[in-house]
Design a protein around this ligand. Structure first.
Ligand code: NAD
Length: 291
């Protein structure tokens, strides 16, 4: 198989490595030439532009910070649309705004070009292991065509609906994930204030009904160790929450719990340090609780 990837950051870079390990021929493009060099050294081929990438690889994966950059990468001169043909399949893995994804999908369709949205969940560790969850929106035939490639990257692959459906569930998932992390952070900080040992607290929570991916993975690996190693930034988490809140506003539904969580995330973000790992939210909670 041959696949081109645009966006070689925390997530896209690990996907390149994983695909190379799986024997896929990989082409790469990123504005950051240091990243490009790093992956060329381990066997990827550099493309000179998104169009060049699309001319040479039937699958093109975009793993970019946001949908506005995706749109620019598609439509600018020497952008993807100039290089794609009827055999190309764009696999859009950025966490994006579903309504814009639908527009982009329709724009491509007008030109006889194909895309699916296929955002991922699981963080950098699962990207390294090839065990991501991948949620796909788009036509069934395009999903089936992408599946062998997606199986190199993920172990839980879902077709959830039409164009934009993948991006919709991804934003909702991250709203839950952000809220769970914040709630766990508050409970843990309060417990410490009340004299409990954080490790013992986690042992109890992880054997009880308060357990979540945050308590099971993020707290032991990132928070208790005080590593807060950057895998998924605070900037990106706030972007995802904005998408989820805008979806709710569009549908005129209140989001009582998620709104409170969003305010806390925005508070942390407003203090600066958006390039920190998102688990650093816990540090802001600890400061507020004076622990
Ligand atoms: P990142 O900021 O680490 O990487 C983004 C990459 O895109 C960088 O290498 C940057 O140089 C490149 N880039 C930016 N503009 C570009 C352009 N115009 N042309 C080419 N390259 C360009 O971000 P990330 O953490 O890898 O996340 C990428 C996407 O995946 C985001 O939408 C994020 O929400 C989503 N995501 C990330 C994680 C995670 O754990 N990091 C998990 C799930 C989903």
């Amino acid at each position: 198989m041959k696949a081109g990837i645009i966006g070689l950051g925390n997530m896209g870079g690990r996907m390149v490595k994983r695909l190379l390990e799986q024997g896929v021929e990989v082409g790469v493009f990123d504005l950051n030439k240091d990243f490009v060099r790093k992956f060329v050294e381990i066997g990827a081929k550099e493309a000179t532009s998104p169009a060049d990438l699309a001319r040479n690889y039937p699958y093109v994966l975009t793993v970019l910070p946001n949908v506005f950059i995706v749109k620019e990468t598609l439509t600018s001169p020497e952008g993807l649309m100039e290089g794609m043909n009827s055999d190309s399949l764009l696999i859009e893995m950025t966490t994006s705004i579903p309504s814009v994804t639908k527009e982009l999908s329709a724009l491509l369709k007008e030109k006889g070009l194909k895309m699916i949205d296929a955002p991922v969940s699981g963080g950098v560790k699962k990207a390294e292991e090839g065990t991501l969850s991948i949620m796909v929106g788009g036509e069934e035939a395009d999903f089936e065509r992408a599946k062998p490639l997606l199986e190199c990257l993920g172990s839980n692959i879902f077709h959830v609906g039409e164009a934009g459906a993948g991006h919709t569930i991804k934003a909702l998932n991250n709203m839950i994930s952000a809220t769970t992390l914040a709630a766990t952070g508050e409970a843990m900080a309060l417990g410490v204030k009340l004299g409990l040992d954080p490790e013992k607290m986690l042992n109890v929570i992880n054997a009880s009904t308060g357990r979540s991916f945050s308590s099971d993975f993020k707290f032991p690996n990132q928070v208790l160790t005080r590593k807060f190693e950057v895998g998924f930034t605070l900037d990106l988490m706030v972007k995802d929450l904005k998408i989820a809140m805008a979806m709710a506003e569009e549908e005129k539904v209140p989001m009582f719990i998620s709104s409170a969580s969003f305010q806390l995330w925005k508070h942390a973000w407003s203090q600066g340090g958006g390039d920190q790992d998102h688990t650093a939210i816990v540090k802001y909670i600890e400061e507020m609780f004076s622990v």
